[in-house]
Design a protein around this ligand. Structure first.
Ligand code: CDP
Ligand code: MG
Length: 674
């Protein structure tokens, strides 16, 4: 799939006689040897003794090194090999799930052990560790969860906060927590902060003048090109640019930065189609298009790291994950669309928005740099130089722009009363913190003194979902529909399940129609979940069911997984797992009990207004409620494209709002109303 087959006529070979298919028959020993040799070539290798020494002598060390210098894969191992994990383990955090998994896999391979043995990973809804695990890669969010049950993180001798420059919310909170752990465990705890940006000052300052170590990287010159005029569609422009590079430029793989799974899948198809239609040229190598994004199954994620086959050019289509978290060798050309999809909280809307936004100048530089890791390279920026000049110099830390409810709840659960006074490296806006406190109060997680409530607050802090969904689950126990609520929350936590392949859109829409519920998307998703789990558990039967109904099988497997884990949590909390059968009423009421801050009411002109904020929203075209006339809805999230869209909505009765969230609506009515 995805490769154009341009067989080179015999005798025309231009490449030096390459050893035949070097990777295919490589035995275990040979592979270890190759990996060992690769390790020794990394910039981190020559710094390893010094690094170990510095860690022994300093409780906090800031390590700065270019992306690809071997920080993530090598440094935890150096510390392990030097005995620094003795009596405990080393944790290395990653902002992204994909990175945690692929890196753990790689390090296990390098060490010649099984994944889940000495080396493991832990991400939400997926844990591959055992009591033997000494080096554990985990998302920063997971380490934060672990801190809830083990505030001093006693099981770790060393914590490595990796990709610190990304400044995710979880990493920012961990900074504060780990500073406390350092103070509490002066003798048997070490902290490393690793970053790919050259500016260590913010980190060293925050950790009271901590020591910094620099890994001497290699970087070859990269020629940066801009478009002369703005592009109408960066996706089209990216496809054209990739094929142009393929036709005109010397060998070397191409890395294309796009914004998300759907876009990547579309590009993958179009590049393959258009690549196959290129006029034949015996000198042109074959094309191999490989996607990489968070929701891709791990086996497929690893394909991008496999060496490119002979006479082939790889085109890697990536989200910003390849910006700093992972390094793919062989890349000589970078195509930068200039966009990234990011989640941000809009205080005006009172909700998180997922939207495609322009990158920062720092990100643009980082992306271009990916072309010059092994040799001089070229970067094609699909925007004008003037637009580049207008980009913000650097990205705002996430904590400054997202919904903090979950973070504030966790801080409270950690016993940190004064969240406004928490030692944040860059404190979030006070208004955003206050708003999250308000939301948690409305959900009943905090009392009026701002203290965590028992049991609601404690339970919500433990559930690995946003507090609003957590509240839906808790309420469902009381309303006798926990089985349905579990399925719904699992379904909204997985990826898009409805598959609409090009050319078969109508057929697919027809297949989906049987699941449609007039009452809303949550009930529609519930119908899909029920139908899927009714099919025999045998993998192939479920797979063929998915094919027949145009349902994404991966997303369904993930939903089933999430469902199982959330169920365990509810059982542990003693929530009765009852079913409301075919009566949707209890479930819709449970949804209201958690999602009421996202309630919207229909206006005279058919548009909707969020009750809490007065903001106008439209129902997303993908919603079963689009074009219907539901009086009142609650929805999951807002998506901003041309308009503000409410995605995943369910029809409710307006009268339930003051009944299920009395304090909230009594207050809100004074502010907004219709
Ligand atoms: O963390 P940093 O960016 O400094 O580097 P790293 O992630 O440790 O990567 C070091 C090297 O390992 C790079 O050359 C990667 O290409 C390689 N690597 C790999 O081949 N496969 C992986 N799954 C992870 C890393
Ligand atoms: Mg790294």
């Amino acid at each position: 799939m995805g490769a154009t087959k341009n067989k080179r006529p015999a005798g025309l070979a231009k490449e030096p006689a390459a050893p035949a298919a070097p990777q295919e028959k490589e035995g275990r020993a040979a592979k270890r040897q190759r990996l060992d040799a690769e390790r020794r070539r990394l910039p981190a290798w020559s710094a390893r003794e010094k690094l170990v020494e510095l860690v022994k002598d300093n409780q906090v060390l800031v390590v700065i090194g270019e992306t690809g210098s071997g920080k993530t894969t090598q440094i935890p191992r150096y510390l392990h090999d030097a005995g620094l994990a003795q009596g405990g383990a080393i944790a290395c955090t990653q902002p992204r799930r994909v990175a945690a998994v692929t890196v753990a896999q790689r390090v296990a391979e390098e060490m010649g052990t099984e994944l889940g043995g000495k080396v493991g990973y832990s991400i939400r809804f997926d844990d591959k560790t055992s009591p033997q695990t000494r080096i554990k890669y985990l998302t920063d969010g997971m380490l934060l969860r672990e801190a809830l049950v083990d505030p001093k993180l006693k099981r770790y001798k060393v914590v490595v906060l990796d990709e610190a420059h990304e400044r995710t919310v979880a990493t920012d909170v961990l900074f504060g927590l780990l500073k406390g752990v350092c103070a509490a465990r002066p003798d048997d705890f070490r902290l490393l902060v690793m970053s790919a940006t050259l500016d260590a000052a913010a980190f060293t300052r925050y950790f009271n003048g901590a020591q910094a170590a620099y890994i001497q990287g290699r970087q070859f010159p990269v020629q940066v090109m801009y478009t002369s005029a703005p592009e109408d569609s960066y996706v089209d422009a990216a496809i054209t640019a990739a094929l142009q590079v393929h036709c005109d430029e010397r060998p070397g793989d191409i890395l294309v930065f796009l914004t998300g799974q759907e876009e990547i899948e579309a590009c993958e198809r179009l590049i393959s189609e258009r690549g196959a239609a290129l006029p034949p040229d015996p000198d042109r190598s074959a094309l191999l298009v490989l996607p990489i994004y968070a929701a891709l199954p791990p086996e497929q994620q690893l394909r991008v790291f496999e060496p490119t086959p002979p006479n082939t050019r790889k085109i890697i289509l990536s989200t910003n994950i390849a910006e700093t978290s992972i390094t793919i060798s062989g890349v000589r050309y970078v195509i930068d669309t200039g966009f990234v999809k990011s989640r941000s909280y809009s205080p005006r809307l009172g909700a998180d928005c997922l939207q495609v936004t322009p990158i920062s100048q720092a990100q643009a530089r980082q992306r271009s740099g990916r072309a010059g890791r092994e040799a001089p390279g070229k970067a094609f920026r699909l925007y004008t130089e003037a637009s580049f000049q207008q980009l913000p110099a650097s990205t705002l830390p996430e904590i400054q722009r997202t919904n903090l409810a979950s973070v504030v709840l966790q801080l409270k659960a950690l016993g940190i009363q004064d969240v406004l006074g928490f030692d944040f490296m860059d404190p979030p806006p006070r208004a955003a913190l206050l708003r999250s406190l308000e939301l948690l109060l409305a959900l009943g997680a905090l009392d009026t003194r701002g203290e965590l409530t028992k049991p609601t607050g404690e339970r919500l802090a433990r559930l690995p979902v946003e507090p609003m969904y957590g509240k839906v689950l808790l309420a469902s126990g009381e309303m006798g529909c926990a089985q349905e609520a579990l399925a719904v929350v699992a379904m909204v936590s997985t990826d898009v399940v409805f598959h609409l392949p090009r050319g078969k859109r109508e057929e697919a829409a027809e297949a989906h129609a049987r699941f449609r519920s007039r009452e809303g998307d949550h009930l529609t998703l519930l119908a899909v979940f029920r139908a899927y789990t009714d099919v025999s558990k045998k993998g192939h039967e479920r797979a063929s069911w998915c094919r027949a109904h145009f349902i994404n099988p991966r997303a369904m497997r993930k939903a089933v997984d999430i469902h199982a884990q959330l169920k365990e949590h509810l059982v542990a909390l003693g929530i009765p797992l009852q079913s409301c059968g075919e009566d949707s009423l209890p479930l819709r009421r449970a949804l209201v009990a958690g999602l009421f801050p996202h309630a919207a009411r229909r206006q005279m002109d058919g548009s909707y207004k969020v009750i809490a904020t007065g903001q106008a929203v439209a129902i997303h075209p993908s919603s079963v409620l689009c074009g219907k006339k539901a009086e009142c809805i609650v929805f999951n999230e807002l998506v901003r494209t041309s308009k503000q869209y409410a995605r995943d909505a369910v029809a409710i009765e307006a009268a339930w709002l003051p009944e299920l969230a009395p304090a909230y609506f009594a207050r809100q009515h004074a502010n907004a109303g219709r």
